[in-house]
Design a binder for this molecule. Sequence first.
Ligand code: FMN
Length: 186
Amino acid sequence: MTYRIATIIGSLRADSINRRVADALIRLAPSNFDFIDVSIGDLPLYNQDDDANQSAAVLRMKAAIESSGGVLFVTPEYNRSIPGALKNALDHGSRPYGNNSWSGRPAGIVGVSPGGTGTAIAQQHLRSVLTFFDMPMFGQPETYIQWQADLVNEDGIFADGSQAFFQNWMNTFSTFVTRNLVHQKG
Ligand SMILES: Cc1cc2nc3c(=O)[nH]c(=O)nc-3n(C[C@H](O)[C@H](O)[C@H](O)COP(=O)(O)O)c2cc1C
């Protein structure tokens, strides 16, 4: 079977280091895993008044999540939490009440930052939300990554010293998804 993983990048920035890491990581996936990029930059600001009439962008995102067997979050840390764009996407996907698109899908979190804390605090905040969604959370190995200019080379491949770590992360994460798969539409 082919496993579809929805990939959510928490940064909207064109030259995002988190997107570069996500792209390099996805290259290490098993051949029966498809990683689908789910954009969040076109979502309106969440407003509960719109729950009964969600916009096309919201419906598109919810359908992409629901057709996936797991979710990979790769996100920066903003002011010791997750970026507002990511929280906005999480809120949209959780509604309308009783129709939470995230629920039950196994989730992995990766984050990279130029700072030494490597997005650790943002990841803890994200875990809190995803636990509320009842998403099985991939725990080990943790990925609190401090960005170095040579972490990902011009060909989009991890530096030699990091490649084995990320390959192990991907191998372990993909096994975790297969063991925790609840539903994958289509
Ligand atoms: C609004 C804002 C808040 C930030 N807060 C943090 C922070 O709390 N911790 C941290 O390590 N880096 C922080 N940074 C620096 C980001 O880690 C850095 O800009 C990084 O490149 C963002 O990831 P991206 O390249 O994927 O967009 C912040 C950046 C911005 C723009």
